[in-house]
Design a protein around this ligand. Structure first.
Ligand SMILES: [Zn+2]
Length: 245
């Protein structure tokens, strides 16, 4: 008889635990903004991906897109401008809060074109690409937060989760949900005036490449929106064409 009672108690306890787990899961899912709300977002900039999420020892909480100085930066969706100000690290920066609770951040802008509190449309220009704040080279630093931005950026998610997996060196296109549409990209890059493409070979460094082309390391870093001197074999680098050669 005691055995029977024990079994009932154990079964009851197990059932209670399972229901707690299920209820807990449901409650969490309701609290956090839903990623499927991002299905219709559009990519914020034209250019080339120069750094991904989670690099620099996990401290890089966004992606970097290097493009033309002054090119338009678009809001991924409609929303409200939470902040539009100059930060010593982010430079000219715009924070947008979206209907689903997500927040997006557009940093290092050359100019901001929206004000705090303003309601903005999807694909509205929030500013132009620049090189302000802690930045070495013209690029957009773009972050997505699944909830409120905070200093530790613990709610930041990988933008590749929203826009699909990309990689460093890949061309990207603004105002579309799939930013990686390949349309004669390589031809455009090669024809860019004043720029030569160099595919990085094993053992090469920024220094050795700069020597080979008679340009400076900083010129190469600037043109490619690089934050460090780390380069990856097989990726292609833009090299400023040296006038004397
Ligand atoms: Zn960045």
């Amino acid at each position: 008889m005691t055995d029977f009672l024990k079994r009932i108690l154990i079964a009851g306890a197990l059932g209670f635990c399972i229901s707690l787990i299920i209820l807990g899961g449901v409650a969490r899912a309701e609290e956090s903004p839903r990623i499927d709300h991002t299905l219709y977002w559009v990519f914020p900039a034209d250019g080339t991906i120069t750094d991904s999420f989670g690099t620099r020892g996990g401290h890089h909480k966004g992606i970097d897109i290097a493009g033309e100085e002054g090119s338009p930066i678009y809001s991924v969706d409609h929303g409200t401008v939470l902040k539009s100000y100059y930060s010593s690290t982010y430079g000219h920066v715009v924070f947008v809060k979206h209907e689903n609770g997500f927040e997006t951040v557009y940093a290092h802008l050359g100019k901001r074109l929206v004000n705090e509190g303003e309601s903005i449309d999807k694909a509205q220009v929030v500013g132009v690409m620049g090189n302000t704040g802690r930045s070495t080279g013209t690029h957009l630093h773009f972050e997505i937060h699944q909830g409120k931005w905070n200093l530790t950026k613990e709610l930041a998610i990988d933008p590749y989760l929203v826009f699909g997996n990309g990689e460093v060196g890949q061309s990207v296109f603004a105002k579309v949900h799939d930013p990686y549409q390949v349309v004669e990209v390589s031809k455009d890059i090669i024809n860019e005036p004043g720029v030569v493409q160099h595919v990085i070979k094993n053992g090469e460094t920024l220094w050795s490449i700069s020597q080979a082309y008679k340009v400076t390391v900083n010129e190469i870093k600037h043109l490619n929106g690089l934050h460090s001197t780390t380069i990856v074999t097989g990726n292609s680098l833009k090299i400023p064409a040296n006038q004397q050669r």
